[in-house]
Design a protein around this ligand. Sequence first.
Ligand code: FES
Ligand code: FE2
Length: 426
Amino acid sequence: MTSPTSEKAGGFAGLAEGDRVAAQLYTDPEIFDWEMEKIFYSTWVWVAHESEIPDAGSFKMSHIGLQPVIVNRDRKGNFNVLLNRCRHRGASVCEVPKGKANGFTCPYHSWSYSLEGNLRGIPYPDGYEGVTEKRDLPLQRLRVESYNGLIFASFKTDIEPLEDFLGDAKIWIDRFMKQGAGFPVKVQGEHKFRFNGNWKIQLENTTDGYHFPIVHRSWMASVDAETADMLSFMTDESAVTHALGNGHSVAIMVPEHVDLEEDDGTEELQERFRHIIDELSETMPQDQVRRIVRSMHGAGYNLNLFPNLSLSMSFFRVLRPISVNETEIQHMALGLDGGPESVNRERLRIHEHFQGPFGFGTSDDSEAWDRVQRGAVANPDMPILVNRGLGREVTVDEGWKTSHVTDETGMRESYAMWKRMMSDEN
Ligand code: FES
Ligand SMILES: [Fe+2]
């Protein structure tokens, strides 16, 4: 793999201190190039959820940093992550975002590859006699491992096991998937948009409780009083952020929904779901109705997995760096695989209301992200502060640094990992 030419990578690590980072982290293209190398091409990066590739031959296109990959499930049920680049003269072998196939054929000269990436066919092979052996030219295969439905890949062949990298984040992944209420969680649909800002601005945002009542005032005003009340965590002391290690963190906004299987029966179901409650009650026992309806907004937290995925209440937020000042965001709405149709529809409506292209939430967020980028170029030597709550941060029994959800504990965790990965020794 090509490396950026600068010798300065170790110097970049000095730009992130515990409570502040230099604004060049958003604006310097050379730093961006090194981030691709030392972060995105050196760690586990999320590429798919298993529900997106349910059958033998199912595939989707994805990215690791700037590089396009294909994720598929083969006939043995194994996941493969292949570089989307023909071994002949480099054309992409797949341009369909999602589908089902027996393999991939390059459109340029029709070299064809199996789901495992093996080169199966070369048209007019006589020109290659004594020159090329098919077995020597598979699509490049990446390391791939999955945890609780989440599929990750890595360019690094000697990388630590995925479960070690996730560490204590696994506890929160397991809790997150409980929103299926007994059904597997599935991706119901997705949409993408881009903003004019650096990828780390989004990484910060998912663990930024501080902006919520300010940027999302219009969303707050647009929902019923019970929903607005549920997300009024500013003065709730049990709403906290835990730093989980390796750059991961969890920001708890609805403490009573941390573990959706714990229900003491005191929480009143929201009246806005009356039509669902009535419908489900015709065929389901009350405890299952409660389980589904309490999970309608998803888990009560955002789990940030460094560097590119957030399990965010009831959806996945995936970030893809495009350049130093452009980032693509993918939102994937989650539902119950095999669950009641009306429940999945309701979950989609909730998603649209905040995260959708015409939603009240994300459009306001992305305006703020653009403005961070526009402002940060004004004086890149002036630091970005991530010190909120430093004076009240404690370490809880699990060993996690913890502070209020409006504090910047999760950002400090991400930047500590950034610093580690960008340092000379790494
Ligand atoms: S570039 Fe793919 S077959 Fe020639
Ligand atoms: Fe937001």
